[in-house]
Design a protein around this ligand. Structure first.
Ligand SMILES: [Zn+2]
Length: 393
């Protein structure tokens, strides 16, 4: 299915622009008309992280006339392994600002708008309305569903991508011409089931593979060339090194873009929709959460405790709390962890940030360890408050 171009051409290209974009101009399918469309295009990249970094760099170089970037985060050293739009000297700087500066350096002929704020249900409609196309580089389900809903409600196309370890996916969601994200994933995954890149890791260069597909699709949509990835899901396996695409159909029963939609405006709370932790975990941690400082004082006082780290072995290798025993979360889910826990000690669980340990705490308490607790904020909080000399990740 080919689609008409999303954007009308600009009146003309300047001499500087003709010189800069000459390798585009001599491609018959792009040519002067296509480049003028790119000049007139307004594209917003949600997130200046793993996917946003390569996407913004190539959208800028390609001559997209107005490039927006929204991110509320600041550059952290652990970002630099893959977020190539930022450099060492940007650590601590707002990502939106750092990304905008790199874009200006790559292409001073375009306008860049840095939205140094968090995308919320309050501002998403107003911000999206200013752009022709959205590139979604978010890394969490709450924002993904919000981006999808806002784009569908505004009738705008967006290019979605997702990455994890060696696997990537990409698609174009445009309810007017095909399915939306909710047609593909009607329900968010149960909290704690799908690890984030912060928990599970991501091969840095995978971001370039998927981010470049997103830019490729953005350019096709803006200029009306080729077969856009509407109604198809691209699946990339970096270890096997193969790309395959599967058809995704519009779901006639989709609550958002189906025949009888029940979602006709943004949800009030996407975090709640996706659930930061499950109801069982939320109940388990209430009154059973200690701080890293409390754990340290228990250890110093020689309390009869058994500290369990529920992260994965490779995370344990990077940094761990002294004295903690590693029993990964999977062993709690399949039940095998329980027989490893001593009956005569108080169980203290921790993970990286407190989400996984909350899930495990619910299991442990259900199994009869009623005085078990978990460490709020996990090993990250330990590093911050007890031993800042330890590496963070
Ligand atoms: Zn849908």
């Amino acid at each position: 299915m080919s689609l008409p171009p999303l954007v009308e051409p600009a009146a003309e290209l300047t001499v500087d622009e003709v010189r800069r974009y000459s390798r585009h101009l001599i491609i018959p399918d792009v040519g002067m008309a296509g480049q003028k469309r790119l000049k007139n295009a307004k594209v917003l990249c949600v997130g200046a992280g793993g996917l946003g970094s390569p996407a913004l760099l190539y959208l800028a170089a390609a001559g997209v006339g107005t490039l927006g970037v929204i991110d509320f985060d600041v550059v952290d050293e652990s970002n630099l392994q893959r977020q190539v739009i930022h450099g060492q000297s940007d650590v601590g700087r707002p990502k939106a600002e750092s990304a905008a500066a790199s874009v200006r350096e790559i292409n001073p002929l375009i306008d860049v708008v840095a939205h140094n704020e968090i995308l919320t249900t309050e501002n998403v409609m107003e911000i999206f309305a200013r752009y022709d196309l959205i590139v979604d580089g978010t890394d969490n389900f709450a924002t993904r569903y919000m981006v999808n809903d806002a784009a569908v409600l505004l009738g705008k196309p967006y290019v979605w991508g997702s990455i994890y370890r060696f696997d990537g996916q990409a698609s174009v969601f445009w309810a007017e011409h095909g399915p939306c994200y909710r047609c593909l994933y009607p329900e968010p995954p149960p909290p704690g089931m799908v690890p984030s890149c912060a928990e599970g890791g991501v091969l840095g260069v995978l971001c370039a593979s998927i981010g470049s597909i997103q830019v490729n699709e953005a350019i096709k949509l803006l200029t009306g060339i080729g077969e856009p990835l509407v109604g198809r899901l691209m699946i990339y396996d970096a270890l096997e090194m193969n790309y395959r695409s599967v058809k995704v159909r519009k779901d006639p029963e989709c609550v958002l873009c189906g025949k009888n939609p029940t979602v006709t405006e943004l949800l009030e709370d996407y975090e709640a929709f996706c659930g930061a932790v499950s109801a069982e975990a939320a109940e388990a941690v209430s009154g059973s959460t200690i701080t890293a400082t409390e754990l340290k004082s228990w250890q110093d006082a020689g309390e009869n405790i058994y500290v369990v780290d529920v992260r994965e072995p490779n995370e344990y290798e990077i940094v761990s709390i002294p004295g903690a025993v590693l029993i990964p979360k999977g062993e709690f889910l399949n039940g095998s962890a329980l027989e490893k826990l001593p009956q005569d000690k108080k169980i203290v669980l921790h993970c990286k940030s407190g989400v996984r340990s909350a899930e495990c705490l619910a299991i442990v308490k259900n199994a009869g360890f009623s005085d078990a607790v978990h460490v709020g904020g996990g090993v990250l909080s330990w590093i911050k408050t007890i031993d800042p000399s330890l590496p963070t990740y």
